[in-house]
Write a protein that binds this ligand. Sequence first.
Ligand code: UD1
Length: 419
Amino acid sequence: MDRLEITGGVRLEGDVAISGAKNATLPVLAATLLTDAPVSVSNVPHLNDVTTMIALLRRLGIDVAMHDAMRLEVGGGEAREHVAPYELVKTMRASILVLGPLLARLGRADVSLPGGCAIGARPVNIHVAGLKAMGAEVDIEGGYIRARAERLRGARLVLDTVTVTGTENLLMAATLARGESVIENAAREPEIMDLAALLTAMGARIEGAGTDTIHVQGVDTLGGASHRIMADRIETGTYLAAGAITGGRVRALGARPDTLDAVLAKLVEAGADVSVGDDWIELSMDGRRPRAVDLVTAPYPGFPTDMQAQFCALNAVADGAATITETVFENRFQHVLEMQRMGADFRLQGRTAVSRGVAGLKGAPVMATDLRASASLVLAALVADGVSQVERIYHIDRGYERIEEKLGRLGARIQRLHD
Ligand code: UD1
């Protein structure tokens, strides 16, 4: 298994090119199941989760051609299969995104239940309840969600909890339903707007994506389209946090500042100078030590849970005490225990991590069992004294494209070790 070896203590300086967003690419690829026509998708990041989604589409009988590193041509033929098997779904929970499109397009879908996850229970009850409200018959059999519906019908769906992939699944299903659907308490994440932009280009009739109420007028068929994936706001936030934690200066190019308000506000509160243009963000610390910041995670436009771990790393070495409260997932503080092994001073109280910043961390072998937690350990290693090895980096490869290359260009002493 690959590891990253990092020697800490370098101030990061320079430009970093931001990739297309993982969490926009996955629903966009699932949406190609809604049409027989080809869909061209550009700015696709080269990530393990994207490879898994491509493998899943191929398993469903869809052609996927890779034109160059970042452009895919998907489909141009009907899905022949309706089964998303356990071997693929278990490696990536977001595989559940094929449920709505398959059911809407083929009238049937058997999708393996994703099962537990390292960051909490993560059920899919809201996805299932929404499809049932649209007239689907849904059973759980042998670990699979088995959904059937000759044609879904539009319905008013009031989501119990704000769920990102739940909103996306139901939005995709509603595009081909008979009549109008209204999704209330919808997630407002920018990735939902990205998906809605593709669906609209395919001929769907959608209003209100990006707000908490989405109206969809179902249509009979959808056509082909071309779509460019939006910039990854979590990758952007992670590199900016890396700049802040090392006292450096990082300019993120090809970014979407309008999707990062909550994160940029916290970086400024931590003492960073932040300036933005249309598609870039520059953060400068000028050698200053960051100040600790209190924060509470929440659905968009609140502070993203996917940036929580990186800010734990920041608070670990910042000046002062602070609290970070996780409200979206119930078990998302594993990284804190690993950072303690590097000398961080944290106390966990239920869903809150209370930190007292230390002057320096010490390098150590560390590992984590989820994507953002692994990234936060890389950040901690960048400021730690001496050498750290971050193990199990297949988690990082699920969501960060060529992280060692991008950090290396910013001056980090980092290398990938192959066992
Ligand atoms: C998505 C993101 C993930 C991010 C998360 C929260 C993708 C591919 N992944 O995950 O990176 O961390 O949003 O911003 O976009 N819930 C239920 N029932 C359901 C569905 C969800 O109770 O049917 C709960 C979950 O347990 C969790 C909360 O809702 O507590 C939010 O989860 P959700 O927004 O669904 O996360 P994902 O869409 O899986």
